[in-house]
Write a protein that binds this ligand. Structure first.
Ligand code: G3P
Ligand code: MG
Length: 253
């Protein structure tokens, strides 16, 4: 006999989520990117958040500064006053030169003012998993206080989700999974997760049924091909994170 299934958690978020703001069309995780994603009709964004050396949550994907800024070394080793001086747009193209690294607070203000939804991927500098979750949780709880829909936290690092759960238990959490690992769904449940965000190739009918049966939602990253999006929609999954904001229209049913 199969285990009784839990009711699916309510889901206030749109299906389509713009990865790092506008995928590759603008410098990832800058406000310019989120503005561009919004121009393409996106109402929900994914971003990557980590801590400066003095504990300010800011947006950057990599641990190191080289790829997406004109700085050097580990971003998390620098105080915010130093990070705030960097050019996070010039690496992408001339038209974005001088674009600064945003704080999480900058992006929160933009999303709240415009009624946009946000998926905050907690992307800790290695070794700072728990504290990053805690501080991002504190910031988000304060910034979204009184807002109708909270942001959605996600992380590949269960310790980061545990930190966020400690300081912002009311903000929903999702476990990111690149490859299925032993006990990952149990771990997600223990962390009170409302969703699993998978590498899209991992979803099949059985896994969608299993995760939905546990009451959690099913999201995918990073989906840039039509065939993949069609497959995920046919499987009945709940959310798609894409770089291709110029190809997928969130307004299309
Ligand atoms: O949050 C989904 C996706 O962004 C996870 O991978 O490496 O692009 O942050 P990554
Ligand atoms: Mg990410």
């Amino acid at each position: 006999m199969s285990a009784p299934s839990s009711p699916l958690v309510p889901w206030p978020y749109p299906r389509w989520i713009a990865h790092r703001g506008a995928g590759k069309l603008a410098p990832e995780n800058t406000l310019a990117a989120f503005r561009l994603g919004a121009q393409y009709g996106y109402r929900m964004f994914e971003c990557d958040a980590k801590l400066s050396a003095d504990g300010v949550p800011f947006l950057m994907h990599d641990a190191t500064l080289e790829r997406t800024t004109n700085g050097h070394g580990t971003g998390g080793d620098r105080p915010w006053a130093e990070l705030a001086q960097l050019d996070a747009g010039g690496w992408h193209s001339r038209s974005y030169a001088g674009e600064p690294l945003p704080t999480l607070e900058n992006l929160a203000r933009y999303c709240i003012a415009n009624g946009f939804f946000l998926n905050i991927e907690i992307k800790p500098t290695p070794g700072q998993e728990e504290v990053t979750g805690r501080v991002v949780g504190e910031y988000a709880a304060r910034l979204w206080q009184g807002q109708p829909v909270p942001p959605l936290f996600s992380s590949f690092k269960p310790e980061a989700l545990a930190g966020a759960m400690a300081t912002a238990p009311h903000i929903p959490r999702a476990l990111l999974i690149d490859a299925l690992w032993d006990g990952c769904l149990d771990r997600a449940q223990a962390l009170g997760c409302v969703a699993i965000v998978c590498n899209h190739a991992l979803w099949d009918q059985a896994l969608v049924a299993q995760v939905h049966g546990l009451g959690m939602r099913t999201l995918s990253y990073t989906v840039n091909d039509d065939w993949a999006a069609q497959r995920l929609i046919a499987l009945g999954t709940d959310g798609i994170i894409t770089d291709r904001v110029d190809f997928f229209s969130p307004a299309k049913p």
